[in-house]
Design a protein around this ligand. Structure first.
Ligand SMILES: N[C@@H](CCC(=O)N[C@@H](CS)C(=O)NCC(=O)O)C(=O)O
Length: 238
């Protein structure tokens, strides 16, 4: 049984969607990142970057236990394990990997910063808001032009779509009007109708808490805890 270290955020939901699509048996290990549980030593041994998602496979390569972090790597691992949603070889494989990396290196970080400066920053910083919202709009434009030509990002339904979908699901955080991107909208609605996508998106959904973060959450996400990984900071030598 796979153990998924998870919280219901876009980066976590990509993996539950893939697990539901493949039917692999898994157990959810909630990591409440709003309460700083990502800094617990046992979790850091699996995910040294103190972020969900992370996965532990008791039957990994060489039939040994294998732990991995980074959602793009986890999606690729699960695709290779099952032989699904990522062609094994050839151009079609690299088509998927390009669009998967487009999400991991572009959509995730840029949409994330856009949401941060629009909704969470204690001060409104117009330059930062404009910078990240422009970048978010630009990325929507890239996807819209691509999806005008093909049904799914890499041609056919793949882990690249699963990676992007949960980020489009929270577009209200980025003040995106999906009607401005009709091809993204069509793609989104097609994925939304898939039962596995609905099941994956629903995992621990009742614990989602987006809104005004309290002091403990702010500290865990944006404060000194990020630099010390939960440990008491060492005093600087004078
Ligand atoms: N590049 C990472 C990003 C993961 C990520 O940002 N996870 C967030 C939740 S969406 C998290 O765990 N944040 C906790 C923290 O930063 O302390 C991935 O794709 O897995």
């Amino acid at each position: 049984m796979l153990d998924l270290y998870y919280w219901p955020t876009p980066n976590g939901q990509k993996i539950t969607v893939m697990l539901e699509e493949t039917g692999l048996p898994y157990r959810v290990r909630p990591v409440n990142i709003l309460q700083g549980e990502q800094f617990r030593p046992a979790f850091l041994r699996i995910s040294p970057n103190n972020k969900i998602p992370a996965l532990v496979d008791p039957d990994g390569p060489g039939r040994r236990r294998y732990a991995l972090f980074e959602s793009g790597a986890i999606l690729q691992y699960l695709a290779d394990k099952t032989g699904r949603f990522l062609p094994r070889r050839g151009a079609a494989r690299y088509d998927v990997l390009q669009w998967l990396n487009f999400q991991v290196g572009g959509v995730g970080p840029m949409f994330g910063q856009c949401g941060h400066f629009l909704g969470y920053a204690p001060r409104k910083i117009p330059y930062a808001i404009e910078r990240y919202r422009n970048e978010t709009l630009r990325l929507y434009g890239v996807m819209d032009r691509r999806l005008a030509k093909v049904e799914c990002l890499a041609g056919r339904y793949s882990i690249a779509d699963m990676a992007v979908y949960p980020w489009v699901a929270v577009r209200w955080l980025h003040r995106i009007d999906i009607d401005e991107f009709p091809n993204v909208k069509r793609w989104y609605e097609r994925l939304q109708a898939r039962p596995a996508v609905q099941r994956g998106m629903a995992v621990l959904q009742e614990r989602t808490k987006i809104g005004n973060p309290d002091a403990k959450t702010r500290e865990a996400f944006f404060g000194r805890t990020q630099l010390t990984q939960g440990r008491t900071p060492r005093r600087r030598a004078s």
